[in-house]
Write a protein of this length. Sequence first.
Length: 202
Amino acid sequence: MTNSITVRHRSMDEIVAGLHLVRRSPRGVGTLALAVRRPAVDVREVLSQAELDTTVGLVGDSWSQRPSSRTTDRSPHPDMQLNVINSRFVELIAGPDRDSWALAGDQLYVDLDLSFDALPAGTRLAIGDQAVIEVTDQPHNGCAKFAARFGRDAHKIVWSEEGQQLRLRGLNARVVVGATIKEGDTVRQLPADPGPPATRLP
């Protein structure tokens, strides 16, 4: 699938009217609504199941061949292996067609509260029975392609103060434990690591 799909651009009024659904996204436990592979620039493959790997991210995706402006040698950024976006927001701006969702360019589409309050950097999420990913501190921002695909109003809303707080454009993550994941898998926030026990002085 390529950019040949065209999405009707929603107006600001339409997007604002639907944001209450995004705000009600479940916190702590949600669902993997869609997985998408990007084998090449502007090419999308909607997957019924996908393989996560600690080295390459989502197997078959082009992340490992994408240079990054955020690394000194322009190598792929290790904390940007996966782009994760809220499925309710994507449906709001793209409609119900899953192929249209994939135009966003993210690999994982989840029905889960992705806000900074809910998922600070370092939070780990279990997907299905075995896979684990970790939210990183790398920002995931809307770009010109996002505006072209979903409209200027959708682009404006992700850059608004609330849009930034809710992470409407999504978040970056890395794979901690690789495994097969599939559409419909539970996405579950893991307890924070308490760290090593404190040493008591004599």
